[in-house]
Design a protein around this ligand. Structure first.
Ligand code: NDP
Length: 286
């Protein structure tokens, strides 16, 4: 039987509607409207599109967007000065710095300068440390969305063998931690992993985040596995595919997420959720 679809788009829509209601309630209760500072440096078309989509989602949910579009020539000191300004702005509860940043700017320095109290992406070392502890305050958006997608299947995470392919700080590593905190037995794979297909075939839950089109083939998947495809790869014809070879893999998996319409929309929904939660925290409500 072919796999059932983990419909990230529908799941995200439901979450966004719930957030929009919460935003109205929060305003009625304490007069606060959640705010997100969205900072984009340069003209990278993909980054522009990501920021635009995030802004649209904020608008629809009633979240205020403090938009900053800076030229590609911006230097590190100028960007740091802006970060300081939004850190101190009481209308801002979450800060998004769209990556990648231009070469002359050290991303690490910038992400470390974002107030850990407004770190909606969850990339600050303080929040990363809390994530490792299992006391996360801001959970990185993509991994948080991935967990909600797996939970939406009704398949229990506890006790399962989970394999995460990719170990980036943004996706692979935090996803592995979240799965471990939910009592899965987790293996993290990367470019130096020996016999990757054999390791993947052990997975009852398989998350693939490497950025290589259709890399994960049907023979790498255990029958009945839950497969989440994080990859976004642009083909020569302008279409987008994931890291998973969707057709053959969906013949073996029990659940599979599509690209587009899977992890992407959930990442945006989680950014809104993190901003809302931050506003509630600052208001002393949670
Ligand atoms: P990175 O490039 O930072 O990391 C890629 C990881 O994949 C690395 O750990 C790398 O290993 C590993 N890798 C690369 N090639 C192989 C291979 N042949 N076998 C095993 N492991 C391999 O990518 P990101 O984590 O930032 O992103 C991954 C993908 O997810 C991209 O396509 C990105 O566009 C997408 N993405 C999608 C999001 C969404 O919202 N939909 C959000 C974020 C990312 P090593 O560490 O050894 O180099």
């Amino acid at each position: 039987m072919p796999a059932r679809l983990i419909d990230g788009k529908a799941l995200a829509q439901g979450i966004r509607e719930r957030i929009a209601k919460d935003v109205v309630e929060l305003h009625a209760r304490v007069g606060i409207r959640p705010g997100l500072a969205a900072i984009l440096v340069g003209d990278d078309p993909a980054s522009k599109l990501y920021v635009k989509n995030k802004q649209k989602a904020c608008d629809a949910a009633g979240i205020y967007v403090d938009e900053h579009k800076l030229p590609a020539s911006t230097n590190q000191a100028e960007l740091l000065a802006l970060i300081e300004k939004v850190n101190a702005d009481p209308k801002v509860h979450g800060i998004l710095v769209q990556l990648p940043l231009p070469k002359q700017i050290d991303s690490k320095v910038i992400l470390d300068a974002v107030s850990p109290l407004k770190d909606a992406d969850g990339f600050h070392p303080y929040n990363m440390g809390r994530l490792v502890e299992g006391t996360a305050r801001f959970t990185p958006c993509t991994p948080k969305g991935i967990i909600k997608m797996i939970e939406s299947t009704g398949v229990a995470i506890e006790g399962k063998r989970a394999v995460v392919v990719g170990r980036s700080n943004i996706v692979g590593k935090p996803t592995a931690l979240l799965l471990m905190h939910r009592n899965a037995t987790v293996t993290v794979c990367h470019s130096k992993t020996r016999d990757l297909p054999a390791v993947c075939r052990e997975a009852e839950i398989l998350v693939v985040a490497i950025g290589k089109a259709r890399f994960l083939t049907g023979d790498m998947v255990r029958a009945g596995a839950v497969v989440v495809d994080v990859g976004v790869n642009r083909l020569a014809d302008g279409t987008f595919v994931g890291d998973v070879d969707f057709g053959p893999v969906s013949e073996r998996a029990s659940w599979i997420s599509p690209v587009p319409g899977g992890v992407g929309p959930m990442t945006i929904a989680m950014l809104l959720e993190n901003t809302l939660e931050s506003a509630k925290r600052m208001a002393g409500l949670i």
